[in-house]
Design a protein around this ligand. Sequence first.
Ligand code: NDP
Length: 449
Amino acid sequence: MDEILSVIKNKDPEQREFHQAVDEVLETVKPVLDKNPEYRKQAVLARITEPERVIMFRVPWMDDDGQVHVNRGFRVEMNSAIGPYKGGLRFHPSVNLGIIKFLAFEQVFKNSLTTLAMGGGKGGSDFNPKGKSDAEVMRFCQAFMAELFRHIGPNTDVPAGDIGVGAREIGFLFGMYKKLSNEFTGVLTGKSLDWGGSLIRPEATGYGTVYFGAEMLATRGETFAGKTCLVSGAGNVAQFTTEKLIELGGRVLTLSDSSGYIYDEQGIDSEKLAFVQQLKNVRRGRMAEYVETYPDAVYIPVDPTLDYNPLWAHKADCAFPSATQNEIGAKDGENLVKNGIMLVSEGANMPSVPEAVNLFIEHSLLYAPGKAANAGGVAVSGLEMAQNSMRLAWPREEVDARLKQIMKSIHKTCLDAGENYGVKGNYVAGANIAGFVKVVHAMLDQGLV
Ligand code: NDP
């Protein structure tokens, strides 16, 4: 294990997030390798940690003033053992190859857990859509797809949204793909309802994270009714996590963006959430504006001199990190535990640093890693692909019922795998082991390719 990790680190020393994601998986799948000595001979770890294909490309585009800019585009096709590559596109200035590789690697295990036939991939660009006009975003998306289109397809690689890629971007990307390929196919998911999207896809990640949380609570005879919840982020995942928590009787106290967070002691109700959705999705404004409309709440701007995020230092029952990777640092983990948090369900990908994860496990919290808890998004993307293939659309209730069932089944799969390998109640080990075993079986069945 150590040798594999050190080879990976030596090959690409700057890809820290990728090392972190690999390290966590390697630590937990050791018992599987011990039980199956042939896996070592087959070098399954070296194979599963090396992307099948990495595509990097130049994206030149012109802003509204005629100035040309150049960004970098990525698509990492990590593993196609159980289906076409599937995973989102992220547009954020922090994007680099290491970030996309970590996300693609996580996606392999997550997609395996959904029980749907999807391999793992991820892509994106260091383009920052914030502050750009719709026309600039359109030109960027078209330039990005002008290269990506030759590498993807409904049976090859099916991208979706992620940070900075929502309904608007998916529309522009799909339009360009359709023009270049002269085909109307389900090549992207997260499409609008009028042209091939699935009901519940926008809600799926947030709803799924809460459904997973409800399953964990049920193991201790509890529900969300009356529970106080800390949610970070204010984008797609945070919004629909909040919506479902409100529906189930939880009281959401916080939301955030990269500039700061709001704390609303009264709880964010449906009316306040509708305000946030209008603010973030239509006006593309900042969370600071929340307190102008709801002055009983407080806004706390990011303080770069602190080594912790005060959002996670509020007393609450449950936490739903829904912004970005490593947003719960070591000290945040300590604050959460100190304040008696009972549940952490990760909407974001790898939002907790390893020190925080270890603390959650040590204190027997109900802790669900993103690759299990936020798999509802990609699961409904899989359902969108199925509906596209059949050229029909299922009603909202049907998709929601399937989502709920999938989250229930992922929860059980993680619990069972943990128990079978002697780490009962450890959802991290359970998710990694269950995801790993299925993909490895498929890889070995298909020979050395
Ligand atoms: P959005 O772009 O809709 O929202 C992201 C939110 O997180 C924004 O409020 C943003 O603030 C904040 N944020 C982003 N980067 C940072 C940062 N570096 N520091 C602080 N805050 C930040 O993205 P999503 O809601 O789609 O994604 C959120 C997380 O969920 C990501 O980790 C993503 O990988 C994960 N995820 C998403 C899925 C989906 O279906 N969308 C599926 C599974 C996982 P600001 O506006 O200021 O940038």
